[in-house]
Design a protein around this ligand. Structure first.
Ligand SMILES: Nc1ncnc2c1ncn2[C@@H]1O[C@H](COP(=O)(O)OP(=O)(O)OP(=O)(O)O)[C@@H](O)[C@H]1O
Ligand SMILES: [Mg+2]
Length: 596
């Protein structure tokens, strides 16, 4: 995207607000033109009042100045207000669009992206864009019109002197343009750095427990300071250039003013111009520097804004939203089952799942076990098509996943993951998360009861209206899981995906959660990544994954008899895990070759 294209696209966001924007630009024109008024009035003050020693005009001129400034102030206010309004609206629209775009991107996009990096785009880059879209245009208009009006006054007073003064501009303009390009380049670098800065902050604040436990406050402080320093260095590169430009204009202006004073005084002596004309000219030229200086600033804001726009537009264009296949076959409740046929998958190059074929009949429970990193969670993620298989296919009641309307497929699925995300909302709304239309509070409570969550929810200060999440009360791990279970129960999906938390709860909470899960699983097709003995034993079939391959499939007793990986896992993971009581008959099972 070229700079012009980028800028035009940015200006396109002003379109819905052209009315207000138009008013602002019109006011800009008025304010700019009025700014030259005092310079013009100086001639009369000098020639007709001071030199002519005539007091009759004094009140008139003074009153004119007051009225001029008062009017300019009012118009300036309207202009400023309209421009800020439009600017903030554009920012709001851009943030909405970027956010909407980001949340519609496929899961793959989010791998290798830090939250901070994405947030920086929305917060930092878009604020750069705002400046370019509005305050720059405002100042551009105002300062440009002021400049033109002042030059007009100068020409009117004395064209010859104006000419001298104007030849200096082109080279100065060229220099400033070069500097602007540099500002834009440096800004791009600082954007990345602010992204890593916010990523670091997010990491530290969310990992506060670890930071404190490891006494890593100083370590984190130093790490942040390093990243911050790198941002400072980068941004100072741009600031150095930005600070130089106005001084450059000023310096040249000073030299010029001296020349004009000398030249002008000669002309007054020779009687070619009046003292009033020279004064007016000098005031006009003197006043020209302020808009010129502002123009260089505006130009650099514009360049920064372009850098921001480029980054945001690239993000919007480079990635296509997830193909939801809205015209695909709608999926109803699962009646026959899910089949994986030769499914393989890789996040990057290394295969994570290899040639997996298995069937999950409707209403049955499949437990998936395997060592950490074997690909269990990944297998689960393929079922709602968070990722499409690289090879092979997954069918739902005989229909291939790619042919289904993805939204309707996902509406049949509830996921209870290893980590439970609570949103910054009430308990009731967290349970009814993303429900369409108003939700019956009775249904929410029934779901909470079924999830064994009603008890602790009622004990919260605000009951179901208690705020959860970042700004609300904190729940224990087991409580969070029960909220997630209630959420799934209310959604009433026909397919259930459970990823059991690896950390065991105490046996009491374990029992409460198991009970809730049993209710949730009733009548649904369930795939569960199992870490608890009770879960594997209750499953209709157990799939054993080893390094992405399905190495065994069958019931608990059959797999134990075979004495393969499952047997080994069973000994390592389940029977000796904390919170599991090992009954005497199971103790027997732990002996290799013992009776099943
Ligand atoms: N988003 C990702 N990008 C790249 N690689 C990934 C990603 N998620 C997982 N992996 C890799 O894929 C492999 C399987 O991961 P997966 O999370 O499926 O394991 P798991 O069996 O669920 O393990 P655990 O029991 O520890 O939860 C691992 O080697 C992991 O490093
Ligand atoms: Mg996992």
């Amino acid at each position: 995207m070229t700079r012009t294209e980028t800028y035009l696209r940015l200006l396109g966001y002003l379109k819905p607000y052209w009315g207000r924007f138009g008013v602002a630009v019109a006011c800009t024109f008025v304010v700019g033109s009025l700014s030259a008024g005092p310079a013009l009035l100086v001639k009369y003050a000098v020639d007709d009042v001071l030199i002519a020693r005539d007091g009759s005009m004094v009140q008139l001129i003074a009153a004119a100045v007051v009225v001029l400034f008062a009017f300019r102030a009012v118009v300036g206010y309207v202009q400023g207000y309209c421009m800020y309004w439009v600017g903030q609206r554009v920012v709001m629209d851009l943030r909405n669009e970027l956010h909407r775009h980001l949340i519609q991107l496929p899961m793959r996009f989010f791998e290798g992206k830090t939250t901070g990096e994405l947030m920086a785009k929305s917060l930092y880059d878009i604020s750069l864009m705002q400046k370019a879209a509005t305050s720059s245009i405002r100042d551009l208009g105002k300062e440009f019109f002021t400049f033109i009006a002042l030059v007009g006054v100068a020409v009117y007073q004395n064209p010859k002197m104006t000419l001298i003064f104007l030849v200096v501009f082109p080279p100065v303009g060229f220099l400033i343009a070069r500097m602007g390009e540099k500002v834009r380049r440096i800004t791009r670098g600082s954007q990345e750095r602010i992204g890593s800065l916010s990523a670091l902050m997010k990491e530290t604040y969310t990992g506060m427990r670890v930071v404190k436990a490891f006494g890593a406050e100083d370590f984190e402080g130093a790490r942040f300071a390093r990243a911050n320093l790198s941002f400072f260095r980068r941004i100072m590169g741009a600031m150095r250039v930005r600070a130089l430009a106005p001084s450059l204009v000023e310096g040249i202006g000073g030299a010029l003013a001296g020349g004009i004073l000398w030249f002008g005084a000669l002309m007054v002596m020779r009687g070619e111009v009046t003292a009033g004309e020279l004064s007016s000219f000098l005031v006009a030229v003197g006043m020209v520097y302020s808009p010129l200086k502002s123009l260089t600033r505006v130009y650099h804001n514009l360049m920064e804004g372009l850098a921001g726009s480029q980054a945001v537009f690239e993000l919007m264009d480079a990635h296509a939203p997830e193909a939801m296949n809205p015209g695909g076959r709608p999926m109803g409740r699962l009646t026959r089952g899910i089949r994986l046929e030769g499914v393989s998958f890789a996040y990057e190059d290394a295969p994570v799942l290899r040639d997996i074929t298995l069937e999950i009949p409707a209403g049955k429970v499949l437990a998936v076990v395997g060592l950490s990193g074997a690909g269990k969670t990944t297998l689960l993620d393929l079922i709602p098509r968070f990722y499409a298989p690289a090879a092979g296919r997954i069918t739902y009641d005989g229909v291939e996943g790619g042919e289904l309307d993805l939204r309707s497929l996902r509406s049949q699925i509830a996921v209870v993951g290893q980590l439970v995300n609570l949103f910054n909302d009430t308990v009731a709304n967290n349970i009814a998360y993303a429900a369409e239309g108003p939700v019956d509070p009775g249904a929410v409570e029934a779901a909470a009861r079924a999830a064994n969550a009603h008890g602790f929810i009622s004990a919260l200060p605000g009951g179901y209206g208690t705020l959860l999440g970042e700004e609300g009360v904190r729940l224990s791990g087991g409580e969070r899981q029960r909220i997630a279970i209630a959420r799934a129960i209310l959604r009433d999906p026909s397919i259930l995906l459970l990823d059991e938390a690896t950390s065991s709860l105490d046996s009491e909470s374990e029992k409460i959660i198991q009970e809730a899960l049993d209710r949730l699983m009733r009548g649904r097709t369930t795939v569960v990544v199992a870490h608890r003995l009770s879960t594997v034993r209750a499953a209709d079939a157990i799939a054993v994954l080893d390094d992405g391959q399905l190495v065994d499939l069958g019931g608990h007793h059959v797999l134990m008899e075979r004495g393969g990986l499952y047997h080994k896992l069973y000994k390592m993971q389940f029977a000796s895990g904390p919170g599991e009581e090992v009954r005497p008959d199971e103790q027997l099972l732990r002996q290799p070759g013992g009776p099943a």
